[in-house]
Design a protein around this ligand. Structure first.
Ligand code: BES
Ligand code: MN
Ligand code: MN
Length: 454
């Protein structure tokens, strides 16, 4: 049977298998799910074996295991390293899910559940593409190495150790990743840029303990007030980050690239609808696409301290806390930016309090040319899967592994994503458009076939 026909006929089988994967709550951030993470790794290893990969192993790390497998039976053909992650974000707040996060459910042509888009659904696209190739052609048309990790959502800290110790084993002619989104439904997309990320926590410590705000208020420092006043100064009226030196190394995007990016079928109206706020705001002088993909940001991600329970409690908290992050673009260096940000914030903190600073995770930005012949193969494969020519996009999200691999192996990185921007990754009611899931299987099977014919 022809591969595409096989993929079409097995739609139900693809889905039942994916449901099994999605039902495992492999939440890497929560210690109580350690065994579920383990179980997901085993599930992936089992599937890699079933689709004919050899040397499949579950590699233990300091935190969560990663899964490796390979098939090196096509001498003279290209070798591809495929990367994905089987861990997922926490599903909270649970009450905002229409159907439970770990009970995959189809509604209106979408499959709902944590991990459907980010990234189990997309990893599964590759598993099913490999299965289809095995069933219809008997062998894989290329050489393949696969790493599916379990710590992407918490920063991929231990993955890097593994890569550094296994450089020759992982060597390949290209890296393939499906962990990004398409620009819009019906617009297959190849991502050639990601932002980098620094994630910080700052704790401000004032009085030795919480204090009665009537008895003490007016004469003592309030860490919560100090924190909020501080963060209020980190952007100016044009929404630029006020940290000195923050923009020093930011690459000026060429006029040609700006033109190409702004000519993409990006629908600002759709974007506004997805956001759902009364209005947008962003750095002055840049289009939304440029703000999202080409400009760095600083965002508060969480802030806490003091009393937030029922009723009133007149208290001056002894401490306050904030989690915040910067998204980085070429040629900002995460280490340098982290230092600038910390130095600036420390300078703004008055002497009445002390502060703790932590850098919780860090990853470099990535932008790369897309001229290698493999991109033409990807183009044709996406056209087969989706019936449309693909566009080249950048994205605002971060996948630290991609930059690390690109720096280490200097090989083309093909980011072929099958999510959509409004599919609620990291949020309640995460979903994937079923047509993109099935189209993705066809595209990837076709991609591997195409590489085999080069
Ligand atoms: N798949 C995403 C990254 C992504 C999302 C790239 C959308 C492009 C478009 C990945 O799982 C993710 O969430 N990454 C984190 C960073 C990580 C270090 C926690 C992110 O971007 O916040
Ligand atoms: Mn992801
Ligand atoms: Mn994610």
């Amino acid at each position: 049977m022809e591969t595409n026909e096989y993929i079409e006929r097995k739609r139900n089988e693809h889905l039942t298998d994916l449901y099994e994967f999605l039902r495992i709550p492999s939440i890497s951030a929560q210690a109580e799910h350690k065994q579920d993470v383990e179980r997901a790794a085993q599930w992936v290893a089992d599937r890699l074996r079933r689709v004919g990969l050899d040397a499949v192993e579950i590699v233990q790390t300091k935190m969560h295991p990663l899964v490796y497998g390979q098939s090196l039976k096509a001498p003279g053909k290209p070798t591809v390293l495929f990367y994905g992650h089987y861990d997922v974000q926490p599903p909270e707040p649970l009450e905002l899910w229409t159907s439970p996060a770990f009970e995959p459910t189809v509604r209106d042509g979408n499959l709902y559940g944590r991990g459907t888009a980010d990234d189990k659904g997309q990893v599964h696209i590759h598993i099913r593409a490999l299965d289809a190739l095995r069933q219809t052609e008997g062998t894989l048309p290329i050489n393949l190495k696969v790493i599916i990790e379990g710590e992407e959502e918490v920063g991929s800290e231990n993955l890097w150790d593994y890569v550094n110790h296994n450089k020759s084993k992982l060597k390949a002619d290209a890296l393939v990743v499906s962990d990004t989104a398409m620009l819009a439904p019906g617009v297959p997309s190849i991502t050639y840029g990601l932002r980098g990320l620094n994630y910080h926590q700052v704790d401000i410590i004032g009085p030795a303990q919480d204090l009665h705000s009537g008895v003490f208020g007016g004469a003592v420092p309030n860490p919560l007030t100090i924190l909020t006043e501080l963060f209020a100064t980190l952007h100016d009226k044009n929404f630029r980050v006020t940290v000195p030196g923050f923009y020093d190394d930011v690459a000026v995007v060429s006029r040609a690239e700006r033109k190409a990016l702004n000519a993409l079928p990006f629908k600002e109206k759709e974007f506004r609808k997805t956001v759902g706020a009364p209005a947008l705001c962003g750095e002055k002088g840049y289009t939304v696409v440029e703000q999202l993909w080409c400009r760095p940001t600083l965002e508060l991600n969480g802030i806490w301290g003091g009393y937030i329970g029922e009723g009133a409690k007149t208290v001056i908290p002894s401490k306050s806390h904030a989690k915040f992050s910067t998204r980085l673009v070429p040629y900002q260096d995460p280490v340098k930016i982290a230092r600038l940000v910390e130095r600036h914030i420390r300078k703004l903190i008055p002497k009445q309090v002390t502060c703790n600073f932590q850098l919780l995770s860090s990853g470099k930005p990535w932008v790369a040319p897309y001229t290698h012949p493999f991109f033409e193969v990807a183009h044709r494969a996406l056209e087969t899967g989706f019936g449309e020519r693909a566009v080249f996009i950048r994205e605002g999200g971060s996948i630290p592994f991609v930059t690390q691999m690109h720096d280490t192996f200097k090989v083309p990185c093909l980011l072929l994503g099958f999510g959509l921007p409004d599919e609620n990754a990291h949020a309640p009611d995460e979903h994937i458009l079923l047509e993109n899931y099935f189209g993705g299987i066809k595209a990837m099977a076709n991609f591997y076939q195409g590489l085999g014919k080069l």
